[in-house]
Design a protein around this ligand. Structure first.
Ligand code: DP6
Length: 349
């Protein structure tokens, strides 16, 4: 008999042993940030978020069921996945097994195309690709909403990488199953808005505090957290209007204030979490100089020192040059809006 979850996920009899299913997903950058979980097990965010999926640095993941294997086998860019990464992926595979009513271990092979050591997180593209390939391998057939909800269980930002272009992730309401059901991403259709995002990698090193630990500490100890979460509601409403209008200045201003607010909550956590480095601040100064020179450019930063600068595509080269000047030695990449997660078909048996 199929369980409620199997029905909801559209479980089928697919996923025959021996098949490999491959999926590709791209990273996304939030313009309205998610920071903080109200349920860590179900990975339910406190706040709604809105992002742009990028057209660079996709993750490609193949999942193959391995009946009879003693355990899951995971490789990441050709090396065995270990530690926290392994724990999170195995936890996600356990969820797929629970939902599909199957028990086979899996062989998971993941390749990130982001340059090694670029300091850009790949958990969004990683769990979006794993959710899509893994669901298919275990014979689940979720619709895009259920897939986004599922990807959220791996990494909340992964829920948004299921979709191309702009996507909003709902934090949902209530607790338990109701919260799980209400928290998923959906596309925000803005066909005519196609800005550039210039990514300045000022430090490629691993972060001192994981985003998971940092957001927990922020929620528990920052006196500013609630104020930021509340003002984020206005930010999101205004962002939707700005996107519909294709108004880069408004989109950029809202994104920049929302990101700086998020970092303010971290700086006021106890003890403080400070991801921004002197090079980050130098790039932020460079962005201000661009604006005073009449170039619309707006910054956003995630759980690390790197800066993403939103601008018109025609200004991207000038922005990249300004960023290089502000933080000599940094690596610079330019992205545009990219596609949602997709299956590439089944691998050779
Ligand atoms: C600052 O999605 O990486 O990039 O849900 O614990 O996996 P987990 O965290 P993650 O956090 C991303 C936070 C952010 C903002 C954002 O992408 O919305």
């Amino acid at each position: 008999m199929r369980t409620d979850h199997q029905r909801e996920q559209g479980a089928t009899a697919g996923g025959a042993p021996g098949h490999g299913v491959t999926a590709v997903a791209h990273p996304n950058i939030a313009l309205i940030k998610y920071w903080g979980k109200r349920d860590e097990r179900l990975m339910i965010p406190y706040v709604d978020s809105l992002s742009m999926t990028l057209d660079i640095f996709p993750t490609t993941t193949t999942v193959r069921l391995a009946p009879g294997a003693p355990a899951d086998s995971l490789t990441l860019d050709g090396s065995p996945a270990e530690g926290e990464v392994r724990r999170r992926v195995v936890g996600f595979l356990d969820l797929l097994r629970e939902r599909s009513g199957r028990s086979e271990p899996a062989v998971v092979d993941t390749h990130n195309s982001v340059p090694t050591g670029a300091g850009l997180a790949s958990s969004a593209s990683g769990f979006a690709a794993l959710a899509l390939a893994g669901a298919a391998a275990y014979g689940l057939d979720p619709d895009r909403t259920a897939l986004s909800r599922l990807a959220r269980r791996g990494s909340a930002s992964a829920s948004r990488s299921i979709f191309g272009g702009f996507a909003v992730c709902h934090a949902g309401r209530g607790t338990g199953a109701a919260a799980d059901l209400g928290s998923y991403a959906e596309p925000v259709p803005v066909p005519d808005f196609d800005p550039a995002l210039v990514i300045a990698v000022v430090d490629a090193g691993a972060k001192a505090v994981s985003s998971r630990a940092a957001m927990r500490r922020t929620v528990e100890t920052s006196p500013l957290y609630r104020a930021w979460a509340t003002s984020g509601k206005t930010d999101l409403a205004e962002m939707r209007v700005a996107l519909r209008r294709g108004d880069l200045d408004a989109v950029g201003e809202i994104a920049e204030r929302n990101a700086l607010g998020m970092h303010a909550t971290m700086l006021t956590a106890r003890p403080a979490v400070r991801y921004l480095s002197p090079a980050t601040v130098a790039v932020l100064d460079g962005v201000l100089r661009l604006r005073s020179d009449g170039v619309p450019a707006y910054a956003t930063m995630d759980a690390g020192p790197n800066v993403k600068v939103l601008c018109h595509p025609a200004d991207a080269d000038r922005v990249a040059e300004a960023v290089r000047g502000a933080a000599p030695g940094c690596s610079v990449f330019t992205a545009r809006r990219g596609p949602g997660a997709r299956l590439t078909g089944e691998a050779e048996r």
